[in-house]
Write a protein of this length. Structure first.
Lengths: 414, 499
């Protein structure tokens, strides 16, 4: 069964890009990047990847309330299409977790979509190997010298704004690598060092430790942009407490950097806390709170990107899913397929894309997990092709090595 | 071996293997840096905190549970009686001292919340420190003082290494916040220079680990609560023992091994606040919850033996060839290089196997090996090493853990709060990110003003870097506009940041 898949509808923009590509260098795409961007009012695409660490329970985030086996298998964690345990309806078959209020609104505006029953090529159940595969873009764990977003950057023509942004005190693997990346984190309780000390340290590093100097310079540049206040009205921003507020703040700062005319166009954030082995909860609880933070982040991106939202895709991905059945401690253990959440004004949204495997006993992966019917790399390749016009050769050899057999998902971007 | 004082060797000893030199330390070690290291290893009880230790694990959990009961009772009496609240009683926490809110918030990016109002009980005009938070801070200050007062700090580095190897997180629950410090003192410290098998047993059976990895409610499907109350297995502890604590990922175990090991470990639990068996807050084996029968793990059959079945399996895992390689790799990566030299790893793995996992023998072999000394100082100090190293450089021994906790938060390495059970990264890239370096700079500035700035900054530099400092670093420190700035420059110098 194929649900809601737009049948190979090739968008006008994709055609424009394809035409540009024909007229430019076939090797790396230099030229066709700048050709459409130089035209007045041309789009300036942005991509944000939100890594959800710990393995998200896709059957609770985007519950398949129409699947006849779902309620029994997912037990006290399951949602329903209506009634006391209702989730937010999407297309009748799938619903959204009650925490995903902004996401559902975007879905209704056709600015959000879901790809379900999706997984990377990794089939074991280690978080750390799973995250390495998710972030490195390699088919197997073990190679972690660079992340696929960093290599994406390397495949784009060089310019001042062709830098990636990593949010948080430490850079996630997805953004690490040879291409220049900058970092930003919400400001600390210890005040900023004064400029005189900063200059002296930079000077010392220039002579004695250039690598450390480059890192420090990149952070200083990012901080300058992020500290410039948002044009939005602070009063209309909803208030969240604690962890949820931290997630919103991270997204807000990243959005301001991305919105700047010469700012980065590619960013990565990581949120942790999705490893819900115990007392996962349904409408309330651990998962509900983490998803509320994710929802707040989506909302902040929409608000603070301003006009740039129309050219943006935000994709939230996780290393794998969780067991279909509830374990002995009201949670779920490590599984396989899950859901990927996409939002952004550039999306052809308002749909859940799934070749749904069903939850019948004989269709479960190894008798316990949601069966993967879509390769996450196909989703990401589709986004990179639509947003940045990367060739299928680059996508299959450089960005996601050895993935020629995984076709880019088409027409994700409007 | 050396003729005359080996000042450069002493710098390596302190920075690579220890927590950094205090004023005067280098000269003491320069005669025989390796001997100086080995001497610390063989000092009796060197890893233990014996001077007024904080409460034990069970005592800490009991204090937390008692506090919860008191709060429940208060809420009930407030709901029934007119608003005349009884004075709150904090159970026997007096020796823990004051707990100012600075540095107290431990959310991942808590630093961004500085100055923001902390959540407090809405009615209480003067918020009492939470019991678990007071315990946590007492543990933090005991740990910090131990690190600052160590002669060199090799053993304290080992404590931190093993604490991170067997990671637990205070973000899991209030119980973990109370029990994380006792875990390090009770499971890690007594065993860092003993047999790995003993360390493994102590770590996996400590209440903090059982609660962190959810084993307290894991029930055998054929045990009575599994059969009749619909309870079941939780694989979390079993999986992380195999993947992180012993064999290492990709070493050949299967999903079937994980599930089988989870069955073996059913019944390994903690005596909760209502428990009638065992001392509240301590390890408790619940025979009734244990999956009955013999089990097969990694091809070996374990007869039904209650809790002993799990101990036997742990002992075999401790002696497994893959475990020796896994531990040797992690040790070399931690102390020597992000990309650990294979020959040195192999040599340590052999030592590990030949000594039946005697960790003092393994670490002595590492410290005695030329290859561990010859490697270039490419690793950047972890946030913990940086913060403690800076405090040692100025002989700064605070009685309050606020700055320590705040600094570790800011640098992305909050105390006992890694993002997952794999602990914090041991790779330089994880810490030398742009934001990481900017945070170090801000902190260096802050510490430069906060700590006692030395009268002669150049002498202070020589006291911790010997003659390894470059001309440019000496010049920058000499030309600083103030002593405070000179100290911040010392903290940010490449020779101070790298080891």
């Amino acid at each position: 069964m194929i649900r809601n898949r737009s049948e190979l509808a090739i968008s006008r923009r994709a055609l424009v890009r394809a035409a540009g590509a024909l007229g430019a260098s076939a090797l790396c795409g230099a030229g066709f990047w700048s050709a459409p961007a130089s035209a007045a009012g041309a789009r300036d695409p942005r991509l944000v990847v939100v890594i959800l660490r710990g393995a998200v329970d896709g059957l609770s985030a985007i519950p398949p309330v129409g699947d006849p086996d779902y309620a029994a298998l997912h037990g006290d964690l399951a949602f329903a299409a209506s009634g006391e345990r209702a989730a937010l309806p999407l297309d009748g078959f799938f619903a959204a977790h009650p925490s995903l209020v902004a996401f559902r609104r975007m879905y209704d505006q056709k600015h959000a979509a879901v790809v379900h029953a999706v997984a990377t090529g990794y089939r074991d159940r280690s978080h750390f190997d799973g995250q390495d595969v998710l972030e490195s873009g390699n088919p197997k764990p073990g190679r972690t010298e660079s992340g696929w977003l960093n290599r994406t950057l390397g495949a784009l023509p060089a310019s001042a704004s062709r830098r990636a942004l990593g949010v948080g005190a430490t850079a996630p693997l997805i953004i690490r690598g040879p291409a220049p990346a900058l970092g930003w984190a919400p400001p600390g309780g210890v005040g900023p060092a004064n400029s005189d000390l900063t200059e002296r340290v930079l000077d010392l590093y220039a002579h004695r430790d250039p690598p450390l100097g480059q890192q420090l310079s990149a952070a200083l540049a990012a901080e300058k942009v992020a500290s410039e206040s948002s044009s939005g009205d602070p009063a209309r921003k909803p208030h969240y407490g604690g962890a949820v507020e931290q997630m919103r703040l991270a997204a807000e700062g990243a959005a301001r950097l991305l919105a700047a005319p010469d700012g980065p166009r590619i960013a990565a954030l990581a949120f942790d806390g999705f490893d819900t082995h115990q007392n996962e909860g349904a409408a309330q609880g651990v998962l509900a709170q983490r998803l509320q933070g994710l929802d707040a982040a989506f909302d902040a991106f929409e608000t603070d990107l301003g006009d740039a939202w129309a050219d943006t895709v935000v994709v939230a991905i996780t290393e794998f899913g969780r067991t279909v059945r509830v374990n002995g401690t009201h949670g779920t253990d490590h599984g396989t397929a899950t859901a990927a959440l996409l939002a952004g004004g550039a999306l052809a949204g308002g749909r859940v894309i799934a070749d749904w495997p069903s939850l019948k006993a004989e269709r479960l992966y190894e008798g316990r997990d949601l069966y993967p019917t879509a390769d996450l790399r196909g989703v990401l390749k589709g986004l990179l092709a639509d947003q940045f016009g990367l060739s299928s050769k680059t996508l299959s050899e450089v960005i996601f090595p050895d993935s020629a057999g995984v076709a880019p998902m088409k027409a994700l971007v409007a | 071996m050396t003729i005359g004082p080996d000042l450069a060797g002493a710098v390596t000893a302190f920075n690579r293997f220890g927590f950094g030199a205090r004023p005067g330390d280098l000269a003491a070690a320069a005669g025989d840096p390796r001997g100086f290291l080995l001497e610390e290893l063989w000092t009796a009880n060197v890893a233990l905190i014996r001077d007024r230790p904080p409460p034990s694990g069970p005592a800490a959990l009991q204090a937390y549970y008692l506090d919860q009961q008191r709060k429940r009772a208060e809420r009930m009496s407030m709901a029934m009686a007119p608003p005349k609240a009884p004075p709150p009683v904090v159970p026997s926490m007096a020796p823990l001292g004051p707990a100012p809110p600075e540095g107290a918030s431990m959310t991942p990016m808590a630093a961004g919340q500085s100055g923001a109002p902390r959540e407090a009980a809405p009615e209480s005009p003067k918020p009492q420190p939470q019991v678990e938070q007071a315990l946590f801070r007492a543990e933090a200050v005991a740990r910090l003082q131990k690190q600052l007062q160590a002669r060199l700090g090799l053993v304290e580095r080992l404590v931190a290494f093993w604490s991170n190897h067997f990671a637990v997180s205070v973000a899991k629950s209030a119980e973990l916040r109370a029990a994380a410090g006792p875990f390090e003192r009770e499971a890690i410290r007594p065993n860092v220079l003993g047999k790995f098998a003993a360390l493994l047993r102590a770590a996996e059976s400590h209440p903090a680990m059982i609660l962190y990895l959810d084993n307290q409610n894991s029930v055998g499907p054929n045990a009575p609560p599994g059969l009749f109350a619909g309870k079941g297995l939780n694989e979390n502890l079993a999986r992380e023992i195999l993947e992180l604590h012993t064999l290492g990922v990709g070493s050949g175990y299967t999903q079937a091994d994980v599930t089988e090991f989870a069955r073996i470990l059913t019944g390994w639990s903690v005596a909760g606040p209502e428990s009638e068996a065992g001392a509240i807050g301590s390890f408790l084996f619940k025979p009734n919850w244990h999956e009955p029968g013999q089990r097969t793990l990694l091809g070996k059959t374990y007869a039904e033996a209650g809790a002993e079945q799990g101990r036997a399996a742990l002992d075999d895992l401790a002696r497994h060839r893959a475990t020796a390689g896994h531990i040797a790799t992690k040790l070399v990566r931690h102390f020597v290089a992000d990309d650990p030299p294979a020959d040195l790893v192999d040599a340590l793995a052999v030592k590990f196997r030949d000594s039946d996992g005697d960790l003092a023998v393994v670490v002595s072999a590492l410290v005695a090996d030329d290859r561990a000394w010859r490697a270039k100082p490419t690793k950047i100090r972890s946030p913990l090493e940086f913060v403690v190293g800076a405090a040692r450089a100025t002989d700064y021994v605070p009685s309050d853990p606020g700055l320590y906790l705040q600094a570790l938060n800011l640098l992305g390495m909050p105390l006992w709060r890694p993002a997952g059970p794999n602990g914090f990264s041991d790779l330089s890239d994880a810490w030398s990110s742009p934001e990481g370096m900017k945070s170090r700079l801000d902190l260096a500035w802050f510490m430069g003003q906060r700590m006692h700035a030395p009268a002669d900054p150049l002498a202070a530099m020589k006291a911790v870097l010997g003659d390894t400092a470059s001309g440019e670093t000496s010049e920058a420190i000499t030309r600083a506009e103030s002593r405070e700035q000179a100290l911040a420059l010392l903290f940010m110098a490449p020779e101070f940041q790298r080891r």
